[in-house]
Design a protein around this ligand. Sequence first.
Ligand SMILES: Nc1ncnc2c1ncn2[C@@H]1O[C@H](COP(=O)(O)OP(=O)(O)OP(=O)(O)O)[C@@H](O)[C@H]1O
Ligand SMILES: [Mg+2]
Length: 270
Amino acid sequence: MNDNNYIEIRNLNFSRDGRNIYNNLSMDIPKNKITAVMGPSGSGKTTLLRLIGKQLDPDSGTITINNTSLNQISRKELFLLRSKMGVLFQSASLFHDLNVAENVAFPLRVHTNLSDSMINDLVSMKLEAVGLRGAKDLVPSELSGGMARRVALARAIILDPSLLMYDEPFVGQDPIILGILKSLIQKINLIKQTTSLIVSHNIAEVLSIADMIYIISNGEIVAQGSADAIKNSKSDFVLQFINGYTDGPVAFNFPAEQDYTAELLGNTNA
Ligand SMILES: Nc1ncnc2c1ncn2[C@@H]1O[C@H](COP(=O)(O)OP(=O)(O)OP(=O)(O)O)[C@@H](O)[C@H]1O
Ligand SMILES: [Mg+2]
């Protein structure tokens, strides 16, 4: 494995219910940088994060994380590896019956034997970092969407992960929260020397913070490079994607088994 990479994906194939999600995908995620994977809805971004977390296994190919191949990993090694991964899920996924402090403390309770007072201090530090130390005793139903996402971020960083994965961190946030999230992602990456992986279709935000960008479609990488390289790309796909053109190489329709006219006419043999 190349020393500059935190994750290397090689010749990855993955299909679901007979549909190919990834075709021979190879991708490097550089160490201590912010990498973004962009692609249309349904292109497999969340699936990629699940493959990296080994919640899913590829049909073939390899994923190597920090010199450990996920193909040969033991349960114990996987538990350890996951303790170094923080994930900010597409929905904040807080535990509704726990207050903010206990939500953030949760990974510490699973992965460490720290005392309650130590845990309280660490939780306060992370909540302070996301500006929500004062919200410690609230329960998730008392939080706004933007607050919930910041609590989820505090929980994702509580173990000081080496790898932080963000699934659509910017969706549904107002411009102020969006700015706060962006600067938090950058700060965490810089101060904590974290490898950050963002999957998102939020073009402007990604172009402004990512060091490396991959654009995927139909299970393959259709463009890769720095934000500038992507902005200046002449590829039809990249132009469609970053400008939001309705016409172009990306089809709007999820593939259907039956021809549309035939379906409307009730002709099941078409
Ligand atoms: N649990 C599942 N079982 C079967 N198919 C699934 C499952 N989860 C996702 N898929 C399929 O896998 C494909 C990729 O889904 P995924 O959630 O990774 O897309 P995405 O790029 O994250 O989309 P979005 O931008 O809308 O979040 C989709 O075609 C979806 O229908
Ligand atoms: Mg998704």
